[in-house]
Design a binder for this molecule. Structure first.
Ligand code: GLC
Length: 767
C-alpha cells in the first residue's frame, strides 16, 4: 500500500512518514515509547490509539494522541537505508513500503520487515474454505490470505517464539498458527486449538543473540501465523482496527517481559492466603456437603486456605443471590470456615437471569446496562440460569455498578471472586457480531469488544473489591486480554483428567506467565472426565509448584478431594500440601519480585538459561524462581524421569545429592516423588508446616541454606492490604556461604519475625 518514502517529520518522540501515492492523514508513524520500546502505528480507523491494555498515565496519553515522555529519541536522520531513528538501546530504520527494521545497540538486526514474496500456493480459496466449514472441518486455514490489517516480518532460522497467553500445545510456538478470539470450548483441549479463553496478542522471540517482543494491541479478532505459511517469515493481522504494535527489544527474554509488563502493568502482590491450597468442585450441592469438605481437610490433616463455591450456592444461578434452600445460612457457613482458617471464594458469571423482579436484572434493564440488539432490544442468549442478558462492561458506569454489587458477597463474608463464562460464553449459539456494546466512550459491536469482555468484567470486580475492602482483591478469571494481570489471576479453564492435559499444563502456564499472567493455575486433577489415583498424585505434585494451587472438577466426575483415591494418594497429597505451605515465603518473595519486575514465578527453563539449546523446547520441566527446578512426572506408569539440568551445580532436594549441570540423567521417581533440584548457593526461606496461611505467619522463618555462595532478598509484609506500598514491609538481604548465613535488614516497616532459624541441608557428595 505504501510505496516510495518521500518525506518524514518529527513531532516530539513521534516520527511520521509520507509515501508516494498516500495523502496527508494516512501517514504511518513510529513513536519512541521507552528506550527499548517503539510503537508502530497506522491509523486505519482514523480514531487514533484505542488501547485497553495500557492504562494509567501512559494509556491516557496514548489514547488521546499526546506525545509519550518516557523514551528519548536521540536522533533521526535520512541515510542510505532509510530514515534512521536512534534511542539509547535501539536503532529503527524505516524505508520504502513502510518497512520497519529494528537493530540493537551494536547494529545487529533484531527484527526485519519481510521483503520477499509471500508463499501463497497452498492457500485454500474462499470457496474451498466455505466447503471445508460446511463439512465441519476447521476453516481457518488462512495461510497465504491477507488480513484487513497485517504485518509480515522475517524469521531467522533459529528464532523460537513464546508467549501468546493460554494457547495449548508446546512451549515454543514457532511454526504454529493461532487466533485471538476468547473461546469457551468444552471439548478436551487439543494441541492444535487455535484459540482458547484468553487473548493475549503478545509474542516473544528468543534469537541466537538477543530477544524481542511484539505486542499487537488490537482487541478485534487477531491472527498469528508463526511459520505455517513459510519458514522465512511470520504474519500477524486483524479483521479490523489499526496496525498498532509495540516492539520491545532486549538482550534476553526477561528484559522483553519487563518491557511488556511495564507497558501493560505488572501482576500485583496477592494476599498471602491465596498462595495456600484451594479446594473446589462443581458442585458442592448443599451446605452439608460443603461443610463436609472443610471437615475432611481437617480430619485428614490437610492444610487448606480456601474452599470455592461454584454456581450451586446461588438461587437458580442468579448472580448476587444465595440459595436459601440448599445453603440455608451462607454467612454462618463462611463464618465457621473462617474460624478454622478457611476462606470462601464464590463464582460470579456475567450472564444475568432474565426474571421479573430479580433485582440485578431489573436494575440493569432500567439503567440500560445490558448489551442490545442492533434494533435496540436487550440482547438475550442462554447460560446457566436459562435466558440471560450480558452486562455491558465496556461502559465505566456499568463497571461501577458491578463493582458495587460485590458488596453482597463481601457482606456474606466471602474473600474473593471467581469470574467464569466471561468470553462471554453462550449456550444458544455465539453472540452475533453486531450485538451492541460500548467500548468506554463509544458504541461498539460485539466483534470489536469480544476479546476485552472478560478483562472489563475482572476490572469491575477488582475495583469494587478494592474500594469496598481496602484489601488486595482476589479475582480469578477465565477470559482476559493483555493487561488483565493488573486486576486478576487466572486459571486455564476446563481441562480434563487425561495425561495429555497434565503435560500440556506446563507449557501453558509458562507461556501465560511470560505473557504477564503471573498468578495462574490449572484445575488440579483435571476438570472433566474421571481422574485416576496415579494422575491425581502427579497433578498434586505439579499443583504444588503452580502459582494458583486449586483442585477442581466437574459435576458427574469422580470426586477429586485428596481423600478420594485411597491411603497412598492421600499421604502423597499431604506431603505436597505440606511442602507448599513450607515454601510459602519463597513463593511470596517471587510474587513480590513479579510486581517489581514482571518476571513470573513459574518460568520455563529458557527464561533463566536462554543461551542453552537444550532448554528452548523443554516442555516438561520448569523453574520456580531462579533457584528451584521442578521436573514433574507427567507419564502414566513412569517411575523415573529424564531430567535436564542447565549449567552450574545443583542439589537434589530430596537426597541432597550433588549434580553437575548441562547434563541429562534419569532420576528415580516413585509415585510419591516429584524431582526437585536446588541451585548451588541458594537460600530457600520456609515456614514450618501449618494448617493455613494465617497461622503464626510471622513466628518463625527458616532459612534453608545450600552449599555454595549466594545472595537472596527476602520480603515480608502483612500479606493483606496495600500498606506495603507506603513502606510497611521488611526486606532482608541474606548472604550465604557454605552454610554460613548472614541476614541484614535493609528495609524496616513491618513487625519482624519472632525467630529466624538457619538450616543447613545435609548434602551427599558423589562418591
Ligand atoms: C465452567 C467453568 C468451571 C465451572 C463450571 C460451572 O465450565 O469453567 O470451572 O465449574 O462452569 O460453574
Amino acid at each position: 500500500m505504501y510505496q516510495k518514502l518521500k518525506e518524514y517529520h518529527v513531532d516530539g518522540q513521534k516520527v511520521y512518514f509520507q509515501y508516494e501515492g498516500s495523502s496527508k492523514g494516512e501517514e504511518p508513524c513510529v513513536e519512541v515509547i521507552a528506550d527499548n520500546i517503539f510503537n508502530v502505528f497506522i491509523d486505519y480507523t482514523g480514531m487514533g490509539h484505542c488501547t485497553r491494555a495500557i492504562e494509567g498515565e501512559l494509556g491516557r496519553r496514548l489514547n488521546c494522541g499526546k506525545i509519550s515522555e518516557n523514551g528519548k529519541l536521540e536522533s533521526v536522520s535520512w541515510e542510505e537505508s532509510g530514515v534512521v531513528i536512534r534511542t539509547k538501546f535501539l536503532t529503527v530504520v524505516v524505508g520504502d513500503n513502510f518497512d520497519v527494521d529494528f537493530y540493537n545497540q551494536e547494529g545487529m538486526p533484531l527484527s526485519l520487515a519481510y521483503r520477499g514474496e509471500r508463499k501463497r500456493n497452498d492457500a485454500p480459496s474462499q470457496a474451498e474454505l466455505q466447503l471445508l466449514a460446511k463439512e465441519g472441518h476447521e476453516a481457518s486455514g488462512r495461510s497465504g490470505a491477507d488480513y484487513q490489517v497485517q504485518e509480515i516480518r522475517s524469521f531467522d532460522p533459529k528464532d523460537c517464539v513464546y508467549g501468546l497467553g493460554d494457547k495449548t500445545g508446546v512451549l515454543n510456538k514457532r511454526f504454529y498458527e493461532y487466533e485471538m478470539w476468547n473461546s469457551d470450548i468444552p471439548d478436551p483441549h487439543e494441541d492444535n486449538f487455535k484459540s482458547l479463553y484468553k487473548s493475549i496478542p503478545f509474542m516473544l522471540v528468543s534469537k541466537e543473540k538477543g530477544a524481542y517482543g511484539i505486542f499487537f494491541d488490537n482487541h478485534n479478532k487477531t491472527y498469528f501465523d508463526l511459520g505455517k505459511e513459510s519458514d522465512a517469515y511470520y504474519v500477524f493481522g486483524a479483521d479490523a482496527g489499526n496496525l498498532d504494535y509495540y516492539f520491545i527489544g532486549g538482550e534476553c527474554l526477561k528484559e522483553v517481559i519487563s518491557g511488556y509488563t511495564w507497558l501493560t502493568g505488572r501482576a500485583p502482590m496477592q494476599q498471602l492466603w491465596t498462595l495456600g491450597f484451594h479446594q473446589s468442585r462443581w458442585g458442592y450441592e448443599s451446605e452439608d456437603e460443603i461443610r463436609s469438605i472443610a471437615a475432611g481437610m481437617m480430619k485428614y490433616d490437610l492444610p487448606c486456605d480456601c474452599i470455592h463455591f461454584d454456581i450451586d450456592y446461588m438461587d437458580h444461578y442468579k448472580v448476587f443471590t444465595w440459595n436459601k434452600e440448599t445453603y440455608e445460612d451462607g454467612a454462618k457457613v463462611i463464618a465457621d470456615f473462617k474460624e478454622v482458617g478457611i476462606k470462601a471464594v464464590t463464582i460470579i458469571d456475567p450472564g444475568v437471569k432474565v426474571e421479573k423482579d430479580y433485582y440485578v436484572y431489573e436494575e440493569g434493564v432500567r439503567n440500560g446496562y445490558f448489551a442490545k440488539t442492533p434494533e435496540g432490544e436487550v440482547y438475550v442468549n442462554e447460560v446457566w440460569p436459562g435466558d440471560a442478558v450480558y452486562p455491558d462492561f465496556g461502559k465505566p458506569e456499568v463497571r461501577r455498578w458491578w463493582g458495587e454489587k460485590q458488596k453482597f458477597l463481601i457482606d456474606m463474608g466471602v474473600s474473593g471472586v471467581w469470574n467464569d463464562m466471561n468470553e462471554p460464553a453462550s449456550f444458544r449459539g455465539p453472540l452475533p457480531d453486531d450485538v451492541v456494546f460500548t467500548d468506554e466512550d463509544v458504541q461498539a459491536t460485539h466483534a470489536q469488544v469480544h476479546n476485552i469482555y472478560g478483562h472489563n468484567m475482572a476490572k469491575a470486580t477488582y475495583e469494587g473489591w478494592k474500594e469496598l475492602t481496602g484489601k488486595r482483591p482476589f479475582v480469578i478469571t477465565r477470559a482476559c486480554y493483555s493487561g488483565s494481570q493488573k486486576y486478576t489471576t487466572g486459571w486455564t479453564g476446563d481441562n480434563h483428567s487425561i495425561w495429555s492435559h497434565i503435560r500440556m499444563a506446563i507449557p501453558q502456564m509458562c507461556n501465560l506467565g511470560m505473557s504477564g499472567m503471573n498468578f495462574i493455575g490449572t484445575d488440579v486433577g483435571g476438570f472433566g472426565s474421571d481422574c485416576t489415583p496415579e494422575l491425581f498424585a502427579r497433578w498434586i505434585q505439579l499443583g504444588c509448584f503452580s502459582p494458583l494451587f486449586r483442585d477442581h472438577c466437574a459435576k458427574g466426575c469422580r470426586g477429586q478431594e485428596p481423600w478420594q483415591f485411597g491411603e497412598e494418594v492421600l499421604s502423597i497429597s499431604r506431603k505436597y500440601l505440606n511442602l507448599r505451605y513450607e515454601l510459602l515465603p519463597y513463593l511470596y518473595d517471587l510474587m513480590h519480585e513479579c510486581e517489581v519486575t514482571g518476571i513470573p514465578m513459574m518460568r520455563p527453563l529458557v527464561l533463566e538459561y536462554e543461551g542453552d539449546e537444550n532448554v528452548k523446547n523443554r516442555n516438561d520441566e520448569f523453574m520456580l524462581g531462579d533457584r528451584m527446578l521442578i521436573a514433574p512426572v507427567v507419564e502414566q506408569g513412569a517411575r523415573e524421569k529424564l531430567v535436564y539440568l542447565p549449567e552450574g551445580v545443583w542439589y537434589d532436594y530430596w537426597t541432597g545429592e550433588k549434580k553437575e549441570g548441562k547434563n541429562f540423567f534419569v532420576r528415580t521417581a516413585p509415585l510419591d516423588l516429584c524431582p526437585i533440584y536446588v541451585k548451588e548457593g541458594a537460600v530457600i526461606p520456609k515456614y514450618p508446616v501449618r494448617t493455613h496461611v494465617g497461622e503464626d505467619k510471622d513466628a518463625l522463618l527458616i532459612l534453608e541454606a545450600y552449599p555454595g555462595e549466594g545472595t537472596y532478598w527476602h520480603y515480608q509484609d502483612n500479606g493483606e492490604d496495600f500498606a506495603y506500598r507506603k513502606g510497611a514491609f521488611n526486606e532482608y538481604q541474606i548472604r550465604s556461604k557454605d552454610g554460613r548465613v548472614e541476614v541484614e535488614k535493609i528495609h524496616e516497616g513491618y513487625r519482624p519475625y519472632v525467630r529466624m532459624e538457619v538450616k543447613t541441608r545435609k548434602m551427599i557428595w558423589p562418591r
